[in-house]
Ligand binder design. Structure first.
Ligand SMILES: NC(=O)c1ccc[n+]([C@@H]2O[C@H](COP(=O)([O-])OP(=O)(O)OC[C@H]3O[C@@H](n4cnc5c(N)ncnc54)[C@H](OP(=O)(O)O)[C@@H]3O)[C@@H](O)[C@H]2O)c1
Ligand SMILES: [Zn+2]
Ligand SMILES: [Zn+2]
Length: 355
């Protein structure tokens, strides 16, 4: 692929949310090239649960045609005149965000993922109206602040899912005190959850409890660092864990079906329940007594900052965090998104660019 801005870029798009697993190659124009922009020729892109929410219209009608994908890795093919940290030929990656205002309080305190003017990697518009397209494609363009340097020790395809799934669990783990002596729960062992178990262990947690509604993941969960595995479809699953956990990271992609009040009973005094999953519908209602009795804190978390991505990749190398991936050619994007929707992928599909 040429690196010139006026070249047509190509991606696998869906045209209709009713046919959300039907991808077709289209040409698209990237955003206007600016001084701090970097173009990356994509080699692999992971398939996130959020891609599925977007293509199915679960979060609302997306902009169509739509090219999803925000776990992007490849090599730099063009840098703007003011880019300092990358040069052509470098390995580089992009996660779920490609721009922000860079001036507000979140942006100047390493919280750029919470910028009110953040631009997501796909299904998003830049302030000038240019559309951001995702990584099921040949190339991506992003401001250098949102481009990550990648460690040489890890293969590109194994880094890809860390750039959304990995960072989305790493950030709330470190911001909520995961570490030695702590008992950490992870709800939902999927793309995000399989990293949460490993990062909780890598951060030195004493106990890591996997909560899964599936019965077939126990062996994997233990291999990933769980000291205990709890099957949440068993009634009274929470009983033995009452008051024991310091922190729960919830990645379970389900709304009304989540036994939220049971999870809250498993928290110790001022234990925290952090929601990272973004199911299509509302969560179950709670009575305040359910939080008051143990002083529980309920919160949420959105991806992570660039600073945290760099720390996370460093820890992944040092502590041998593994990506359990199934690589498919990008033309099989439909099969990959079905695998996420049907909860059959173990634990992340990564698409290899084939256009
Ligand atoms: N906050 C953020 O910044 C952010 C970033 C990325 C993704 N997300 C969101 O995080 C969620 C998870 O994404 P993912 O890529 O990890 O998806 P995923 O691979 O599909 O994993 C989700 C897990 O949820 C559990 N689950 C699925 N259906 C369930 C059901 N009916 N009842 C109970 N549990 C169920 C399953 O775990 P078990 O089989 O073990 O129960 C499944 O593996 C999605 O909502 C996604 O949009 C948020
Ligand atoms: Zn994601
Ligand atoms: Zn900002």
């Amino acid at each position: 692929m040429s690196s010139q801005a006026d070249t047509k870029w190509k991606g696998y798009a869906i045209r209709d949310t009713k046919h959300w697993d039907s991808f077709e190659v289209i040409d698209f124009n990237p955003k206007q090239f600016e001084d701090y922009d970097i173009d990356i020729k994509i080699e692999y892109c992971g398939v996130c649960g959020s891609d599925v929410h977007t293509i199915t219209g679960g979060w609302g009608e997306p902009m169509l045609p739509l090219i999803t994908g925000h776990e992007i890795v490849g090599h730099v093919v063009r840098v703007g005149p003011k880019v300092t940290a990358f040069k052509v030929g470098d390995r580089a990656g992009v996660g779920a965000q490609v721009c922000s205002c860079l001036k507000c309080k979140p942006c100047t305190t390493d919280n750029e993922q919470y910028c009110p003017n953040a631009v997501s990697t796909y299904n998003a518009k830049y302030p000038n109206g240019d559309i951001a397209h995702g990584g099921y494609s040949t190339a991506v363009r992003a401001h250098e602040r949102f481009v990550f340097p990648l460690p040489k020790e890890l293969p590109l395809e194994e880094i890809a899912p860390m750039l959304c799934a990995g960072i989305t669990v790493y950030s709330p783990l470190i911001r909520n005190g995961a570490g030695p002596g702590k008992c950490i729960g992870v709800v939902g062992i999927g793309g995000l959850g399989h990293y949460a178990l490993q990062f909780a262990r890598a951060l030195g947690a004493e106990q890591v409890v996997a909560f899964s509604h599936s019965s077939g993941k126990e062996k994997d969960a233990r291999e990933l660092g769980a000291t205990d595995v709890v099957i949440t479809s068993n009634k009274n699953f929470a009983e033995p864990w009452k008051g024991k956990l310091d922190l729960i990271i919830c990645t379970a992609d389900v709304s009304q079906g989540i036994p939220l009040s049971d999870f809250i009973t498993t928290l110790g005094v001022h234990g925290r329940f952090i929601m990272v999953a973004i199911p299509d519908d509302q969560l179950p209602t709670l009575r305040s007594t359910q939080m008051v009795s143990n002083g529980a804190l309920l919160g949420g978390s959105h991806i992570g900052s660039k600073k945290e991505v760099i720390e996370m990749l460093d820890l992944a190398v040092k502590e041998n965090v593994k990506s359990y991936i199934e690589v498919l050619p990008m033309k099989d994007a439909g099969k990959a998104v079905r695998g996420v929707k049907d909860n059959t992928v173990r634990y992340r599909h990564v698409l290899k660019v084939d256009i």
